[in-house]
Structure formats: C-alpha cells, structure tokens
Design a protein around this ligand. Structure first.
Ligand code: C2O
Length: 552
C-alpha cells in the first residue's frame, strides 16, 4: 500500500445557512470537512493541529484499527484530547476493508461541524462485485443549528432537559429549497442519462435516523458500513446516525421532461421532540447536446418530489432492515462466529437521575434529570484516557471491570408503565480475553418511551444475527438466528420496543467504546467500553503509544 498524508487544521470559519451566520469550528475552514480517499492496504498519516480553544479528537468511524488503538479517537477512551496549540498524528493502516466510512470529531457535540467522508477504494486492479459506476458521489447528511451546538448541549446537561432540536438537515452541508432563505444552498447532482452512479450515503446527523429517496428513481443497495451486501432495489433508504450505505442509481435512458428532488427526513419511532423538517437536493439531467431545449425551458421543467414513509413507519423500517444481508460470496465471505464463548444481555434506554438539591430540573419531572444507560449504568467519562491506564497497568481509581453482563434486576423491558427508571453512575468496563467469541443481545427498554437506538461498536465489525420485538426470549429466539449471511456492520439500530442480537470475535486488543450514535444519548451516558486483552503472539498485541499522544 501507499502512505497518504493529510493535515487537518482545526480553526474557526464563518458559515452562513438559513440567513444565520456563525463562527464554527472546522477542519481547514471547510464545512463539511475534507474528503479522505485511500485504498485498501494504504497507511494514513493524518496530522491534526488544534488552533481553537475547544479540546479536539477525531474518530475514523468504522476503521478496525488493528493494533493501532491509539488512533481510534474517542476522547478519554483511547486518548486525551488535543489541546489548543498541540498536534497529534493519527497513524493507521487500512486492513481488509474497502467501502464508504467517515470521520468525525469525538468529543462533546463538535462532530456537528467536524465530519467528512472516508472513502476506501478497492486495491488497484480489484473490482467491485457490481457494475462499474460512471461516477461516485458522496452524499453526507448532517444537522444544522442556528445556535452553537456546544451551547445547546451544555444548556441541556445543566438543566437536565432535552436539547433544542436542530433548525435543518443538510446534504453535503446544504439545507436545500424547502427551508426559508436556503434556495441557493442546495446540493445539485448533475447526471447523464443511461449511466450508473454510485452514491455513498453517510448519516452524520447527530440525533436522527433518516429516510432518503429520489423522485421517480430506484436505488440498488450494494454495501452497508463498508461491507458488500446482496443487492436489492428500493425506493427509500433508512440510515441511522453512524451508518453508511452505498447505492447504485441508474439514470433514465433518455433525457426526462422533469427535474427530480431527493429528500431526507427522520424516522422517529418514539415520543420526544425532534426536528421533523425535510432536506432536499436536486437530481438534474445535464443539458442534452444539440437539442431544441433552451436553457430557459430546462429551468422550467416540473420538479418531482419523492414520497417518503411516514415519520413513524416502523413497518417500513423493519422490512428494510430485514432485506440487508451480507454478500457472503467466495471472495467476500461472511465469517460469522458459529460458537459463542460468552453471552451478554444489555438493556439500552433512557432513565433519570435525581435533580441536585435546591435546583429545579427540566427532566421528566422537576425533581429529575434525563439520563441514559446500559444495564442501568450511566457511563461517567474519566478525566484520563482508559487505554493509557489499561496499557500502563494504572486502572486503579479510573475504571472498574465490573460492568454487569446482564441487568442486575430483570424486569418487563417493554412493559408500561415504565419501571426501573433510575440509573447509577460509573466508569465500568467488560474485560475480554483475546479471541473471545461474544454474543450480545441489546434490548431496548420502554423506560420513558421506546426509541430506536443506533448502537456503534468501535474496533470491530459485528454480525446482526437476529432481531425482534417485545422482550428477547433466550429459550426461543436464538433458534431463528441467521448464522449464514447476516448483515455485517459497525452500527445497528436496536429497534424501538425490541431487541437485536450481534456476534463478534474479540480479536483486536485495546479499549473499545460502544455507544448510542444519537449524540444526546451519548451525552446522557448510553455508552460503555470493552477492554480486549493482548493475545499470546506478537502480532496479537497492542503496540506502545506514539510519542505525540496528547496528555490530559
Ligand atoms: Cu461515529 Cu464513537 O462514533
């Protein structure tokens, strides 16, 4: 492979959307951030220099980071943040992965403006297992607040209430024509007839699962989270924050007498307030050569809008997720762990903590603050990085290895009225011996209203071997697990009022964060970490940290 160098300079830049100008934290003054393009097998050296007062870390979402855990990026998990005036070089090699991934800041809510595509092309001379596209186009969904997102989350955490929702969704940073004062900030995809385009969809929104569709066009899903899937055609894509999906768009064989909108808006299964607006971009066929179409007549073509599922269309969401299967070909096999060494059962959901004395809170009651937890443990971020303390054997007083393998008090997880809403705070981890084959069932709880949670695991891909609604039944449900061609990914939606079962092989030593990719839930504590111990062989060990690793 080649070594590729990038320099990310973190600095402020004025950006205007919806007629609001704000100074935002950017990489190299760009919003969204720059695109990283590499090939499978390449080594990336990305120097991040921080010129702003916010502490910064960058995460390479979906990169396995085999033996390079120091480059993973979640703040206080694998590294202390990069402070103003400091630099850190993220140094890693892309092993056995190709497809669409992305990068984003991994501290507080800074990923609202610090994000971009990370595209891994197949090795030179390697082919896609589908028709070669005429062009490849990243389509990154984001969220825009007129206010400073750091102020939004700070206020929510102080008052204990829900954060103000965003003012718009964006496609490649642009809200599009359905918002006020936004016509000129519209993403336009110009295409030719009779061609195949590969759209690399990335959901970088903070808090919302999204439906996406293009009027009068069919999309063929070919890849999810940088893993090839069995192709299937659909009019609408569902994509949760953290996920990536590659689709083929075959354009019409002749110049159509219309222009087409592409739109995205949320899938929100549960209660709660969310931004229910719609972002739109335009699919425009390029002016045909030597025709009677004048520029003016092209401008006046009718604009067709896609029809998206209803905001709470769980039936569509379930059907869509069930269609996703690993390609599982001879060249790209699905290495699903067939036997399990250790079983885990985690509840994921919202809860509450008591409001401090002499304060009025804005949680579900005035006496409570919102919290979120895994097995009723709300994760408290340490003040030093877990990976360093693990590597140097200094974990005493930083974290404890007693994260519960199952809920301490089982209850009716999908029952109403909610019970068991209190969470306890802690910095707890699960320690796994090298090469442990793990099965983890994640159960959404109805505490404070069911909501679908996109759970993201760092350092691994996992196989989603089963999912269902209601309470998981350990005696019945495993019989229906798909151990042949389940979807392999790094982020999975735990269905609202239901469960998902995943399997992974703990073959990557390090400390690996797992959390809900709805950023407000991460802020509230829906996160934990796995410590994977070194194996016996030299190539099964984590190397010592680089000399420039930031200190806390
Ligand atoms: Cu995309 Cu831990 O994040």
């Amino acid at each position: 492979g080649t070594t590729r160098h990038y320099h990310f300079e973190i600095r402020h830049q004025n950006v205007t959307r919806l007629c609001h100008t704000k100074s935002m934290v950017t990489v190299n003054g760009q919003f969204p951030g720059p695109r990283i393009v590499a090939r499978e097998g390449d080594r990336l050296l990305i120097k991040v220099t921080n010129h702003v007062s916010n502490n910064i870390t960058i995460h390479w979402h979906g990169i396995r980071q085999l033996q390079s855990g120091w480059a993973d990026g979640p703040a206080y998990v694998t590294q202390c943040p990069i402070q103003r005036g400091q630099s850190y070089v993220y140094n890693y090699t892309i092993v056995g992965q190709r497809g669409t991934l992305w990068w984003h800041a991994h501290i507080s809510w800074l990923r609202s403006t610090l994000y971009g595509p990370l595209i891994i092309l197949p090795k030179l001379n390697a082919q896609y297992p589908f028709a070669k596209p005429h062009k490849e186009v990243p389509i990154v969904f984001g969220e825009w607040w007129n206010a400073d997102p750091e102020a939004v989350i700070t206020q929510a955490l102080q008052t204990g209430g829900g954060p103000n929702v965003s003012d718009a969704y964006t496609i490649n940073g642009l809200p599009g024509p359905l918002y006020n004062c936004s016509d000129k900030d519209t993403f336009k995809l110009k295409v030719k007839p009779g061609k195949i385009y590969l759209l690399r969809l990335i959901n970088a929104a903070l808090n919302d699962e999204l439906f996406f569709s293009i009027a009068n066009h069919t999309l063929t899903v070919v890849e999810a989270d940088a893993v090839y899937v069995k192709p299937f055609a659909t009019n609408t894509i569902l994509i949760t924050p953290g996920q990536t999906t590659n689709v083929l768009l075959k354009t019409k064989s002749h110049y159509p007498n219309a222009t087409f909108l592409m739109t995205a808006r949320p899938y929100a299964s549960g209660l709660g307030t969310f931004d229910n607006t719609t972002v739109a971009g335009i699919l425009q066929y390029k002016t045909p050569p030597n025709t009677h179409h004048s520029a003016a007549s092209l401008k006046n073509l009718p604009l067709l809008k896609p029809i998206l599922p209803a905001l709470n269309d769980t039936s569509f969401a379930t059907k869509f997720n069930n269609k996703l299967r690993s390609l599982a070909s001879a060249q790209f096999p699905a290495n699903v762990p067939q036997k399990v060494d250790t079983h885990f059962f985690f509840t994921v959901g919202l809860g509450t903590t008591p409001c401090p004395q002499n304060q009025t809170c804005q949680g579900p009651t005035n006496a409570t603050k919102f919290a979120a937890s895994v097995n009723n443990v709300s994760f408290i971020q340490p003040t030093t990085a877990l990976l360093q303390t693990h590597f140097f054997g200094q974990s005493n007083g930083v974290y404890t290895a007693d994260f519960p393998a199952k809920p301490l008090i089982p209850f009716n997880y999908t029952g109403t009225p909610p019970n068991n809403t209190m969470v306890s705070n802690g910095t707890k981890v699960v320690v796994l011996p090298f090469n442990t084959s793990v099965e983890l069932v994640m159960q959404d709880t109805s505490i404070l209203g069911a909501e679908s949670h996109p759970l993201h695991l760092h350092g691994f891909n996992f196989f989603a071997v089963g999912q269902g609604f209601g309470n998981f039944d350990p005696n019945k449900d495993p019989a229906n697990f798909n151990l042949l061609d389940p979807i392999e990914r790094n982020t999975v939606g735990v269905p609202s009022g239901g469960w998902v079962a995943i399997r992974f092989l703990a073959d990557n030593p390090g400390v690996w964060f797992m959390h809900c990719h709805l950023e407000v839930h991460t802020s509230w504590g829906l996160k934990m970490a796995w410590v994977v111990l070194d194996g016996k062989l030299p190539n099964q060990k984590l190397f010592p940290p680089p000399a420039d690793l930031p200190k806390c």
